[in-house]
Design a protein. Sequence first.
Length: 295
Amino acid sequence: MEALLPEPLPAADYSDRKGFDDQFLGLGVPIPALNGAETTLLPYTNFSVLLRGDKRLAAVTALGIDGAKLMLLEDFDASWRLDPRLPDEGQTGAKLYVNNDIDRGHLARRASAVWGDDEAQAVQANEDTYHYTNAAPQAAKFNQSRELWLGLETYLLDNAADNGRRLIVFTGPIFAEDNPSYRGTDIPLRYFKVAAFLVDGELASTGYVVDQTPLIEDLPDVGRRATDDAPPLGPFRTFQVPIRDIATLTGLDLAQLIEVDRMPIARTLQGAPVTSAWREIVNEDCLDLDFDLKG
């Protein structure tokens, strides 16, 4: 049976949040539905979060980026907060991130969400990205690969999208049975991005995975047993991957974007993910994706 998105969760003080626009590119690109788990749809300013109830983390965030309206907010005071539309126990909050080396990583990237017809919209979008529903536990140690991961949206916006420099980005965790459990939360070791854009008026897409699997020598001998010690997270490794693999690994319905995947090898693959087909992005030189995007 095809998974259907739930109705957006209403709240009086969030009634002006319109969320992700599935007509953002001028044609329908809906939020991917999730098979096999209960979800809650949370609209914010310029983006939406599909929250996965059993994990208390996002299954996917959906963000429309309008490159012509992006704003740089010089001074702002934003702090992480719970979403009042949900019970506190239904979302992962501050307790997960204190006194350890785990970062609250933005899924819908703050710099990409801060745009609007006026500064008020941009400011509200900025503040909305600081909801814990948009956070994910990620390695705190900054390294070049993480910088590349964060810069992918900017690169794609500048080089892949027409239609007034508009881009859609779906981002989320990849949950697996061997994810470590910490303070009652499963810690994903991989995250994905799927970008959708127009090339010569036609829908196109590309997919990426960042891997923070710990180095073998750093792994504690605890397996999936819950522990009070924060799990070690390895250095970021970023890959361009077939979107078909992301759909298989996450359970998300990405059929529309699989059909327009610009990664050449993706058009020949069938069945289970083949990580040997994943293309690692190791430095800025590897961000020359023209052969994939123009295909």
